[in-house]
Design a protein around this ligand. Structure first.
Ligand code: ZN
Length: 75
C-alpha cells in the first residue's frame, strides 16, 4: 500500500489561513500584531496584550474584529 504524507498539507493550510504577519505592528507598543480591528474610520492593529485591553471598548463599534492571538499558543 502507498503511504500518503498528509501532515505537511495540513501545516500549510494552517499557516496560510492567517492574515496578519510579522510586518504588522501594534499601534500602541510596536510589538507584533495579532489583532486587527476594522473600524469605520480605518484599521487598528494591536498585539495580543493590547488587543485584549481595548477589546471591550472597541469591539462593539468595530466593523470586523480579527483575533489571531491563537497563533501564540499554537506554535
Ligand atoms: Zn501592544
Amino acid at each position: 500500500m502507498t503511504q500518503m504524507a498528509t501532515d505537511t498539507t495540513a501545516v500549510d493550510e494552517l499557516g496560510s489561513r492567517y492574515q496578519l504577519s510579522a510586518a504588522d505592528r501594534c499601534d500602541s507598543c510596536g510589538a507584533q500584531a495579532y489583532v486587527r480591528a476594522t473600524m469605520a474610520s480605518g484599521e487598528l492593529l494591536f498585539c495580543a496584550h493590547h488587543g485584549a485591553k481595548f477589546k471591550d471598548k472597541l469591539q462593539p463599534d468595530a466593523v470586523e474584529w480579527l483575533d489571531e492571538s491563537a497563533k501564540l499558543t499554537a506554535s
